[in-house]
Design a protein around this ligand. Structure first.
Ligand code: HEM
Length: 138
């Protein structure tokens, strides 16, 4: 049985920041109709998410650990959804910027489709991150 210890998972500040970004994404989406507020919130989420990945890599060799454990099915799923989320962020940045600059309505529908895929994907990233996490050293 897979045991999930949320207390242990969120005992690390970097993971609490990650949860903060997760919540901020949904706040940004709730404010999607506001063209002054929505883009800066989403860009902030992207930059903080990217900074977290770099921090984890430089302090804990997260990418090497993932590569070492790639044979574990849940780790493989985590790597796939986490990589996809970066691509989806880029797609949202590109389509969002074009919508801001007055692209035809069709592009806003494409932005919306990317957004729904991204949100489902982002839930999967967090869920699988919790599942593959190792308890912090005492
Ligand atoms: C993770 C990133 C993002 C998500 C999940 C997201 C999500 C959404 C969603 C769900 C909508 C509503 C679409 C509709 O109902 O037709 C929307 C609209 C919009 N988004 Fe984003 N977005 C993201 C990033 C961005 C970025 C980076 C920009 C600009 C640089 C941007 C600009 C816009 C604009 C201009 C609209 C239309 C607002 C309006 O209704 O007038 N988005 N976004």
């Amino acid at each position: 049985m897979l045991e999930i210890d949320l207390n242990a998972f969120f005992s690390q500040p970097v993971r609490v920041i990650g949860l903060g970004v997760f919540v901020l994404i949904f706040i940004g989406v709730a404010l999607r109709k506001n063209r002054k507020v929505h883009p800066p919130i989403m860009i902030t989420c992207f930059l903080v998410d990217l900074a977290l990945v770099l921090y984890l890599e430089f302090t804990r060799g997260a990418i090497k650990e993932a590569a070492d454990r790639v044979m574990e099915p849940m780790m493989l799923i985590h790597i796939i959804v986490a990589t996809l989320s970066i691509g989806l962020y880029v797609a949202l940045l590109i389509t969002g910027t074009k919508v801001l600059r007055g692209a035809p309505e069709k592009l806003q529908r494409i932005h919306k489709r990317f957004a729904i895929t991204f949100l489902v994907n982002r839930v999967a990233v967090l869920a699988t991150a919790i599942m593959v996490s190792t308890p912090p050293a005492a």
